[in-house]
Design a protein around this ligand. Structure first.
Ligand SMILES: Nc1ncnc2c1ncn2[C@@H]1O[C@H](COP(=O)(O)OP(=O)(O)O)[C@@H](O)[C@H]1O
Ligand SMILES: [Mg+2]
Length: 308
């Protein structure tokens, strides 16, 4: 049975349909990544799963409870870290944890034991008397996660928990998520970072209020058309202009001065593409076959959906 289940979930705000019929099944203990462009409906979906926003229509079940009918049970089973999680800047790290312990009625021995454990877990022991406002961005996010864990939820809903955090802190944050995953916590996380999405067991790609593709990162990566050639060109715009005329061209994407060109057979086509660029007078420094990442697949799927 799924720990997170929703069926034809819809949410409208006046004339805007933020969530347009989402079906989602996440197994117990799974770590699932929800990705998609800004405005796709990720936050609205998570808010409905957390029971803080009522759906316009559709059903949501979390940990076996109907979210609309059992908001109290949901509150105790689910840890929700909103996109803008509110820490109290004037309160210390420890006081923030105590505040959330109060909210969830965690008292006595449990309270002392859990706060101690979470401080260690979030690697914030040495900073427990520091005001939350004075923490680095990465430490704030770890404290927010610790606060969301104070009532030992079985299910975690994390909305862009590492947005704007430096790469080292992001890695630390994900190490903590991996530990929670090993403990059996079900995790649904949204992220703008494709390297983070790669760490999920399954990824759902949301666009215009719907999950348009879903699967293991490996399977999604294979959705790019054909194989990929990376081309370094000092003037990528010039290369872009002529590429569609290359006979084996299936598509391309630009990343700074690197172009990713999709062709049926990368190894066979490499010398032909070199010749083509030379003949067209387009300078390039290197061309080599490369493995597509989730990012290429993501951009390809979104472009395809937009042109439909
Ligand atoms: N409270 C709200 N009132 C009106 N429109 C909203 C509200 N919340 C979200 N929206 C709209 O719903 C759409 C989806 O937003 P959101 O769920 O925040 O997307 P994402 O998290 O994927 O960026 C956007 O067009 C947004 O402007
Ligand atoms: Mg959002």
């Amino acid at each position: 049975m799924s720990t997170i289940h929703c069926q034809q979930l819809v949410r409208r705000f006046n004339h805007v349909t933020a969530v347009a019929g989402v079906d989602l099944d996440i197994a117990s203990g799974e770590i699932y990544g929800l990705i998609g462009p800004d405005g796709a409906g990720k936050t609205t979906t998570l808010r409905m799963l957390a029971g803080v926003l009522r759906p316009t229509s559709g059903r949501v079940e979390v940990a076996g409870f109907d979210v609309a009918r059992s908001p109290e049970s949901i509150r105790h089973l689910v840890g929700y870290m909103p996109q803008h999680f509110s820490l109290y800047g004037d309160l210390s790290v420890r006081e923030n944890l105590e505040f959330y312990a109060d909210i969830f009625g965690v008292t006595g021995h449990d309270r002392r034991e859990r706060i101690g454990r979470l401080l260690r877990f979030a690697r914030l022991e040495q900073f427990q008397t520091r005001a939350a406002a004075k923490l680095s961005g990465g430490m704030k996010k770890k404290l927010a996660l610790a606060c969301a864990l104070i009532h030992q939820p079985q299910v975690l809903l994390l909305d862009e928990p590492t947005n704007g955090v430096d790469p080292v802190s992001r890695r630390e944050f994900w190490d903590i998520l991996s530990e929670l995953h090993v403990e059996g916590v079900t995790i649904l996380v949204t992220t703008p970072y494709m390297d983070e999405a790669e760490r999920c067991q399954r990824v759902g790609l949301m666009h215009r209020g719907k999950i348009i593709r879903q699967g293991e990162p490996e399977a999604l990566r294979r959705l790019v058309p054909g194989e990929m050639l990376a081309v370094y060109a000092p003037d990528p715009m010039q290369a872009e202009a002529i590429l569609p005329r290359f006979p084996d061209y299936l598509g391309h994407q630009v990343y700074g001065d690197r172009l990713h060109v999709f062709v049926a057979d990368a190894v066979r086509t490499k010398p032909q593409l070199e010749q083509f660029l030379q003949a067209e007078g387009v300078p390039f420094t290197r061309i080599y076959p490369d493995e597509p990442r989730l990012e290429e697949a993501f951009i390809h799927i979104i472009e395809q959906a937009r042109s439909e």
